[in-house]
Ligand binder design. Sequence first.
Ligand code: ZN
Length: 201
Amino acid sequence: MKILCIGRNYRDHATELGNAVPTEPVVFCKPDSAILQPRLPFVIPSWSQDIHHEVEWVVRIGRVGKFIEPEFAWSYVDAMTVGLDFTARDLQNQLKSKGLPWEKSKGFDGSAVLGTWIKGPIEPGNFDISLHKNGQEVQAGNTADFIFPLEQLIAHVSQYFTLKTGDLLFTGTPAGVGPISAGDELEAKLDGKSLLRLRIR
Ligand code: ZN
């Protein structure tokens, strides 16, 4: 199983980090060991002083596909949820400034957190996602504001990576990313429904 992730898929988030709005999807991967086991807290790794939360709409792939046409993309989705793409922003900035790959800052243990799955078939549509930190909303977005809609994301990534049953696609984060600290409580919602709660240690 692999985890494909999209960077900079909301204009407001691309610009908040001073990045250009991309002309094609920004794609990176996390290993399967990045998935935080259910009900465990997230432990801030000792080597980072600046872990950021990124709430994202996550879809699960239900069948094998390659070179998928945009019009058939939704039929490859068999479940959806909200997730967190934890990012060691200090390390990512160091790596980016040297032109090096991001993996260590994005794919470390526990960096992929998943909410409860809503099982499909998923009808094409747009979905609200939000993140509350200690009871206060810090991120909110709607998939209608994607720079690249799901159809284009699946068509694009499947030109490079064969999609397999159980693969996950993190679709990018809206504005409002920020640091977490030990003791924080995070709650992520999909269309107002709470699907993920997480304690930070
Ligand atoms: Zn992300």
